[in-house]
Structure formats: C-alpha cells, structure tokens
Design a protein around this ligand. Sequence first.
Ligand SMILES: [Zn+2]
Length: 641
Amino acid sequence: MTLLRNIALLAALALASCRGGDADGNAAASSQAQSAIAPILTTPDAVDTASFARPLEARVHHVALDLAVDFNAKRVGGTATLDIGRKPGAQQIILDDKGLEIASITDGGGEPLPWKVGAADEKLGAPLAVGLRPDTKRLVIKYKSAPDAGALQWLTPEQTAGKTRPYLFSQGQAIENRSWIPTQDSPGIRQTWEATVRVPAGLTAVMSAPKSREPITQGGESVFSYRMPHSVAPYMIAIAVGDLRFRELGPRTGVWTEPAMLDRAAGELADTEKMMAAAEQLYGPYRWGRYDLLVLPPAFPYGGMENPTLTFLTPTFIAGDKSLVGLVAHELAHSWSGNLVTNATWADSWLNEGFTTYFENRIMEAIYGPRRAAQEAALSFDDMTDALKEDGQGAPITRLNLSKEEAVPDGGATGIIYDKGAAFLRTLERLAGRQRWDAYLRSYFDRHAFQPMTSALFLSDLRNNLVKGDKALESKLQLDRWVYQPGLPSNVARPDPAAFAAIDSAVVAFARGGPVPSAFSRWTTAEKLRFLNSLPRELAAERLNALNGTLRLNEAGNQEVLFAWLSLAVENRYEAAVQPLERFLTAQGRGKFVRPLIQALAKDVQWGRPIASRIYARTRPLYHPLVTRDLDELKLAAPAP
Ligand SMILES: [Zn+2]
C-alpha cells in the first residue's frame, strides 16, 4: 500500500495489462515488472501543456524503433512501432510531431490507419492524430526525420576530434525528441523502448539503454540493438553515432569517446565507480545496470545530459586534475532524481535539477571531503543570490514551481531551478537533521521509482513521511513558502561563512589596489571562481593586465576559470582578451559558456557587437541548434567587409 493510493493522486489508465508494479513502489517488483505500464499522474498540476498528447484517452507504452542513419541526407528514417493502451471507445491517439516526414501509418496487421497532422506551433510542433479501430493495439509508422530536426546534431568530420568520420548525437530534453521519434513526448508518459539502428560500417551507434544484441557488420553497414526495460520519460531516448571507442572504468562503469580523446577522458573519469558507490550509500541502489559516459565532441550544447545508462558529457569538463568532475556527480545523481523520479511537467523541473544539484554536492562531499563540497555549495548559493537579485525577490520567475508564463520547456532560471532548489533541500536537511532527512530521501526514491512527480505530490509525500504531524517542524520548514512563493524564505540554510573567508579577503585587498594573490595557482577551482566572480565588475586596464600577467588567465586550461575570466574581460572591454575569447568560442559550443559571452558582447553596441558579429559568423555552424536558436535572436549582422 502506498501513500499515492491513500491520497488518490495517482491514476493509471484502466488497462488490462497494467499490473501496477511500479505504483507499489517496490523496487524489486518494478524492475521485474517490465511489461507493466508506468502510471501517469492525472491531477491538474500534472497537465503537460508542452505536449499534444491526451494520455487519458490513449497512450503509448512501448516504442520500438528500426532506423537507418543517413549522414548524407542528415536524416534518420525507418519505422516506429508503438504499443498503445486506450480507454474503451477511444477513437484516436494523439502523438507529438515536429517536422517528421510520414510515409504511412498502419496497425500491427499492416492495415492502413487514417492520420492527420494538425496545425503546427513553432515551439511545440504539431499534433499527429491517428484514427484507431476498436481492436488497434499497435501502430507502425514509416517516417523520416527532417534534415533540421531539433534533437539531432550532425557533425562533419572537421567538427570531430578525429577529423575523419562524421558524427551524430541527439539531445531530447526538453521537447526535442518529437523531431525524430513519433511518440507522446511528455515526461509524465513513461515508455519502455527498444531500437535497432543501422549505420555506415566502421561507425558505432550507442544509445541510452542496455545493448540487446551484439552488433553485426555486413554489406557496408553495422547494426546495433538496444533495449530499455524500464519505463522512462521519452526525452531520455538518446543516440550518438561516430568513430567511438570504449574503455572500462570499473565493473559497472566505462567511457565511450573518439579514440583521440580516450586517454584524457578516462583519466578524468577515474573516480566514477567510487562516485556510484557513494551515491548508492546515500540514496539506495542504482537501478539501471551499467553506468557509462559518452564524452562528446566540443559542439555538445550542454555540460551533461543524464541519458539513462549513458550520460552525455561535454569535453570541457576535462581539466586534467578532476577539478570539474562535479559535473559527473551531477549527471550520475540524475539516475535517481530525474530519471527514476521525473518531473511530470516542465513547471516542476526543479524536482529534477534542484534535487540533483543537492545530491551532486553530497556525492562530492563523500568523495572529496566537506571543504570542497562546502565551497561548491557556496558557489551554488551565489548563483541563486545572483538570480534573485537580477529578477527581484518578488518576481514570479523566482518560484520553484514555475508560474504559468514560465512553465514552458527550458523555462525558468538555472539560479532558481538548480540552486534555489538545492538550497531548499539543504534547508530541509539542516532543519530535520541529516540522518532523518537522508532516510526520508532514500525512501522517497523507493516509493516513487520510475514514476512522475509534481511539487504538490512531493510536498504531500514529505508531510506524510518526514513531518508526520510534527507541528513545530512543519512551521519551521515553510514548505509552501519555498515551493510556491517567489524570493527566498527566511529559514534558508546559508553556506558556511568560513568556506571562502581567505578568498574574500584577497578580493577586498585586490579591489583596494593591492597585489594579485600569489596563492591563486594553489587554490581550488571553486576558490578561483569565487575570486574572479567577486572582483569589482569595473576594473582598469592596468588591473586586468596585472591579473592576466601574473595568473596567465588568457591561457587558463580549466574552462570554468577561463569563462569567469573572459566574462570579466568582456565587461571591461579588455582588448588583450579578445583573441583568447575568439579561440574559446571557436573551440567549444557549450551553451553555458557561449550564450552569455556572445550576449554580453552584443549588448555593448560600440565595442562588443562588432566582435560578436565577426565571431558568430564563423562559429555559428559549429553550434547546436539549441544554442543558435537563442543567439540568432540577437540578430548579429555579418560584419561589413
Ligand atoms: Zn541536471
């Protein structure tokens, strides 16, 4: 018996084959109940406005892809076979479609089914309505993705490390997978899936699921097969194809990347198996089998993407000294918060990201000690404070549960969704006590494994299983204030003031005209970032010269440090940093770095904008559509010849 049933928040479709294994919150049962249909939430707060699906009428529960990858045409194409459940009498099923070229739709017996693509929305794509006969349980869709499919990035050989073979990778979150998979693309509609993928011989296809057959190569192509036995949010289906090699990191962990990157990547990731052990110690078993990482070419737009069993990672985390592996801890933590328990709608993405930012820090503490963890938590607190300052304490965008206007895919601010979310959980930990909190959080993942989650459901679960009627604790926690109100509640757990005491003194000394701190090279990355980000935003050229001359910031190998420095340099129109800036913007396409730098340049009409135009004209083809979509809005004209 579970809380969910008690409070009657959860309803699965009335399907004969639904055994309810997942809803019982029994981990062992749910991993075995592979054919069980994952429940969906049906409360008003769980309605996904970013999907056309109407899952209460008919829903997809299994996707089987049989696709060929065509690098010349920049398309994937073949068939998607969807197993569906439906309400008795349902006459159609609505899927999400973004630019798919559909050739035919038949039922499982090959009989054509009527279908129609509705009016398209620029962001959401279009509804694909398929008519159902009374006995239709399966749809077979023959289709191709469009060459400009938002989820797929096609790299030329020149854009890879090896420079000889092309490369493809997908990015499904938030609502991009509908551009290459015709299904119900909503995080609350969990689906199992399998795929057979044909690629040119010599290339390797990896996906976010266990391998189901050994690859075979014949007739100029290689065929790979994967199968995800757990129901997952459809945005978690991911693929990459390229000249890939694998190296084991531990019994359950390994890294995939291009041959030229393998040594560096494996070295940086050497602690992965230890991180898994630490994560399991904290919040329970890792339920996905293997945990591998794919280190992508530099064009990857994100830091990482937590695709189940195969995290996708930017190569910019490689610093040579494991100083940026917080990113790995973050993506690993998503195997619990995000992948196991998933935001039902994008209004609650803090349930994925805030939980994960908190969990990441607990893994870092377990592996690298409390000092590094406290510093990284303090940086996260700073990011939250910056977001609150920028938007104003009363702004609706500073709510964790996003207001209607912000509750769009990729809506909200990271300083809120990630950092205020993490600050909330840190506050809960501090007020409830670590032991009690940890026991609660572990049980939360058990109770809701492989299920969608909303803010309301989380708060109700917390009240039932942590607060348990303790009125004093309830009033101390300010739960609704945290989740539904803007700004920062008064009970927030503040970071350890000692975390950066020495650094903050160095900032004050430098700001008063004092020397560049000689200890900088021995500082942790968090300390370096704190220093650079805390310096006065206006600095004279000779002060910037002093920093750059002593600390060699223009040549910083740590990409986070380099980014912090270049941001400061751009704000001060520091000419000596323009060349390194151009190198940095050409060498990688991570949105977190590229977006703010180009946006800051573009804002400075006289000095920065011409630089931004010149650089972007050259780098745009290297960037992912998710990044160019935002940067194109700056309307950077090509510079005059
Ligand atoms: Zn994340």
